[in-house]
Design a protein around this ligand. Structure first.
Ligand SMILES: [Zn+2]
Length: 64
């Protein structure tokens, strides 16, 4: 089971819109255009306030 939440961030590869992808115990950013997945630390320097607020809801998630 997975849950996705749209964000206002852009993909580093294609500038498409990223969504937060929550898997069982993991969380990723995924591009809705090219399908590329990023770990949170890969986009941490680009997080905007709206996306940070989404991620704060997942404080129990293990950031691997
Ligand atoms: Zn992309």
């Amino acid at each position: 089971m997975s849950v996705t939440t749209p964000t206002t961030m852009a993909c580093k590869a294609c500038e498409g819109p990223l969504e937060v992808l929550r898997l069982c115990r993991r969380i990723r950013m995924r591009c809705t255009r090219c399908g590329r997945e990023f770990q949170i630390h890969e986009v941490a320097d680009r997080l905007d306030p709206a996306t940070e607020a989404i991620l704060e809801r997942y404080t129990a998630i293990i950031y691997d």
